[in-house]
Ligand binder design. Structure first.
Ligand code: SF4
Length: 422
């Protein structure tokens, strides 16, 4: 099965903005070091779940190679026939092993609590859904029970929290699994689970068959539309800029629809300076509702500005010309010793005292916790240390009204006054 053009992982984008499929066409996948780290973590989990005799903890200190084509292997298992170019290597640290183990425990618990059958890194055909010949996607773990399909997904990043509810990537895996296993079970629902161990986040959502069938219709209709397009097609009605669609779109640097959308957002909400001259002072200031509206666009605007910056930088670093822009030397980093040992020897020869020569800092609570986990500190000792840990209150941050977090009460004294005045 080939890598899908209409891939589950980018489905949030092409289902929202069908034009993105053509706009991204031909642009190379740019693998980041973070994506490669995620690939290595998935490999570690797969090795343990598929060949249960090794736990991640037993592999601490070993190295995983991630090749340019996304394949992986443990460094000591590398063979001559494997790809030559290594994109990145990752040493398995205690932290990595512990995070991956959280996901493995979740999958193990699912299997033992449901007595289901486990399929790891399961390749599922997407052709019935998207019509793309030979296209497939890989679900991290699929558990089949007598009446339920469970799709578990490991997200190793520590950026944004991702929720399972109506997650299009996992819903597509769920639909593909329903199709794949329809002959061996009478499945009534699909449970979707996302594990993000580095954010201590687990999200679960169950979709019934009606919900999934309605979604399947949306997927097949959108895929049919996209498959009917070519470079001469009029895409005007098919662009739908939004934070989620545009953030990782490979065309976001040069997409006119996104640029026009942003400029319109700004010009609708910010009056031109010429107009402002006609205002009285109070007319020329935004009211709170307008400020809230402008604030609602900030994420999209920030992402776009970053995408334009990144795109221009990439062109310049590749030797392309971009107007009269040029690359100049940036501000140098912090000064450091070119050779620490040489500097240390020289400082010693200058008869400096130890206190004058070295910086000493007490370890942080996080470092102490690591020592406790490694057994260097005993449980009782760690308990005593925990009593000494404080966490400063977070600085108030802005959240949309829909956030589940309660608003901070900034006027507790006034409220008290109100009560006493009653
Ligand atoms: S940048 Fe946004 S609007 Fe433009 S093609 Fe990509 S997803 Fe669509």
């Amino acid at each position: 099965m080939a890598h899908a053009k209409l891939s589950p992982s980018s489905s949030g984008r092409w289902l929202t903005c069908p034009a993105s499929s053509l706009m991204e066409d031909g642009k190379p996948d740019s693998t980041s070091i973070y994506a490669a780290e995620g690939t290595a973590a998935h490999y570690l989990a797969e090795q343990s779940l598929s060949f249960g005799h090794t736990t991640p903890a037993e592999r601490v200190g070993e190295t995983i190679l991630v090749f340019d084509n996304g394949d992986c292997c443990f460094e000591q298992d590398r063979k001559d026939w494997m790809p030559k170019d290594v994109f990145a290597k990752f040493e398995i640290t205690q932290d990595m092993a512990a995070y991956v183990q959280v996901y493995i425990d979740l999958v193990d618990d699912l299997v033992s609590s449901t007595q289901g059958d486990l399929f790891v890194e399961e390749r599922l055909s997407l052709t019935p859904l998207t019509g793309e010949e030979g296209a497939g996607g890989t679900a991290d773990a699929v558990v089949l029970t007598s009446d339920e399909i469970i799709i578990a997904d490991l997200k190793y990043g520590q950026g944004l929290k991702v929720d399972a509810e109506e997650n299009t990537q996992l819903m597509i895996y769920g639909l593909a699994a329903l199709e794949e296993y329809s002959l061996i079970g009478d499945f009534k629902r699909v449970r979707l689970i996302i594990s993000q161990p580095r954010l201590h986040h687990v999200s679960e959502w169950t979709a019934d068959i009606d919900t999934l069938n309605a979604f399947a219709k949306r997927v097949t209709n959108t895929a049919k539309l996209i498959n009917s397009l070519d470079v001469t097609s009029d895409l005007t009605e098919l662009f739908a800029p939004s934070v989620d669609a545009c953030r990782y779109c490979k065309a976001n640097t040069e997409c006119k629809a996104l640029a026009e959308h942003n400029i319109k957002l700004v010009s609708d909400d910010f009056s031109s300076l010429d107009d402002a001259c006609a205002y009285t002072v109070s007319d020329a200031k935004y009211d709170s509702d307008t400020l809230a509206k402008i604030y609602g666009h900030i994420d999209l605007l920030k992402d776009w500005i970053k995408a334009v910056e990144t795109g221009v930088y990439a062109k310049l670093i590749n030797g392309e010309s971009v107007g009269d822009l040029k690359l100049v030397e940036g501000r140098g980093g912090a000064r450091k010793w070119a050779n620490t040992i040489e500097a240390e020897t020289m400082l010693k020869s200058m008869r400096l005292k130890v206190d004058e020569m070295y910086d000493k800092k007490i370890i942080s609570p996080t470092a102490a916790e690591k020592l406790a986990k490694a057994g260097t500190l005993g449980d009782m000792q760690w308990e005593k240390l925990q009593a000494l840990i404080v966490r400063p209150e977070g600085k108030p941050s802005i959240a949309p009204g829909s956030s589940p977090k309660p608003a901070i009460n900034l006027n507790p004294v006034e409220d008290f006054d109100d009560i006493t005045n009653v």
